[in-house]
Ligand binder design. Structure first.
Ligand SMILES: Nc1ncnc2c1ncn2[C@@H]1O[C@H](COP(=O)(O)OP(=O)(O)O)[C@@H](O)[C@H]1O
Ligand SMILES: [Mg+2]
Length: 358
């Protein structure tokens, strides 16, 4: 089927490689999302899988076959780019069926497959229109249809929704997820939008500067970030960090101590045996900061960001900014003092020197 394996892969454009020694295994039917900041090498990696950029080292295996040197057209891949160049003079049906006609398929089969894809993408009423008569979202659906019609075992999406406005993006995101459920094909999807990443991925691959930082389910990557980069890149509002020291007590209890915070840690949050006196950064998400009138901490409200049903309240704890979630109808005012507790379960601790999860 369409298992994808990358082994010790190196690729780039100029003299220096964008990435090297990159390993990744994608199981058949997975929806893998590559998430990372602009310029980290996401597109180069997709292009290496597709055969559009030269692989300098390593292997690309698709469905168990070594495709490292195969022609892009022979790889059984459907690719959807951010900028979808449709043929302006062809109808929607013409655009979707183009590759099949070029491949010499009989007209009746082309028509049948175009119909099927159009039904799946709800493009049936639009089949006779030209691209200029379509909205952005409809055009992007045609671009997806063009990839889909070839019935590839592996789909590569390169930020396919980032040119669309927010509402359309949300709509197409849902459609892509439903489509994946219907087709069961393997998908590798590139984005720098973390809502897309969290909502679509069966597993997330977080990249930074050409290196894979972490591979895991969205819940794992959000809940147990492997290092400080992942911790600060994934999740909104962002994770708050506080520098301090680990203290290991006589019974082995581990606490975090700084001038502003003192917290007994949940041993389950630590991946490695802690060292007494280890310099660390404590990472707290809004989930860990719970507003409560009897809480042991007190801080002034710096800023309130209403989100509709909820609001993010930024608390200034003597210079350390912590986000908390607020769901009451009346919002707190700036400078108002609020009490809160910190839930140790779910907190992350990173070594101050290496940035790796403790
Ligand atoms: N065609 C190209 N020629 C030269 N350098 C390129 C080309 N495409 C990308 N790069 C460089 O390769 C690096 C990775 O780019 P890219 O894979 O496009 O990142 P991303 O998709 O994550 O934004 C960047 O430093 C970028 O400037
Ligand atoms: Mg890119």
């Amino acid at each position: 089927m369409s298992r994808l394996v990358l082994r010790q892969l190196a690729a780039g454009h100029g003299r220096a490689p964008v990435f090297q020694g990159l390993d990744l295994e994608v199981a058949d039917g997975e929806f893998i999302v590559l998430l990372g900041p602009s310029g980290c090498g996401k597109s180069t990696l997709l292009h290496a899988i597709a055969g559009l950029v030269e692989v300098r080292q390593g292997q690309v295996l698709i469905g168990g076959h070594d495709m490292t040197d195969a022609d892009p057209a022979e790889r059984g891949i459907g690719m959807v780019f951010q900028s979808y160049a449709l043929y302006p003079t062809m109808t929607v049906a013409g655009n979707i069926g183009f590759a099949l006609r070029v491949a010499g398929l009989p007209a009746a089969e082309v028509a049948q497959r175009v119909q099927r894809v159009a039904r799946l993408l709800q493009l049936e009423p639009l089949l006779q229109r030209k691209p200029a008569q379509l909205s952005g979202g409809q055009r992007q659906r045609v671009a997806i249809g063009r990839a889909l019609v070839r019935e590839p075992a592996l789909f590569l999406f390169d930020e396919p929704l980032s040119n669309l406005d927010a509402q359309l993006r949300t709509e197409l995101r849902r459609e892509l997820k439903l489509l994946h459920r219907q087709l069961g094909s393997t998908m590798v999807y590139v984005t720098h939008d973390q809502v897309e990443a969290m909502t679509l991925a069966t597993r997330l691959v977080v990249m930074h500067e050409g290196r894979i930082q972490q591979v895991g389910t969205p819940a794992e990557v959000y809940g147990r970030p492997a290092n400080r980069f992942v911790a600060s890149f994934v999740g909104s509002p962002g994770m708050a960090f506080e520098a301090g020291t680990l203290r290991v007590g006589p019974q082995g209890q581990v606490s975090f101590v700084s001038s502003r915070l003192q917290l007994l840690l949940d041993p389950a949050t630590l991946d490695h045996p802690p060292r007494d006196g280890q310099a660390v950064h404590l990472g707290l998400r809004a989930d860990q900061v719970r507003l409560h009138p009897d809480g042991p901490y007190e801080a002034a409200v710096q800023l309130v960001e209403p989100l509709g049903g909820q609001a993010v309240v930024w608390l200034d704890l003597g210079g350390c900014l912590l986000a908390a979630l607020w769901s009451e109808p009346v919002l707190p005012a700036p400078d108002q003092r609020l009490r809160f507790t910190i839930h140790a379960a779910g907190a992350s601790v990173f070594d101050a020197a290496t940035g790796q999860r403790c």
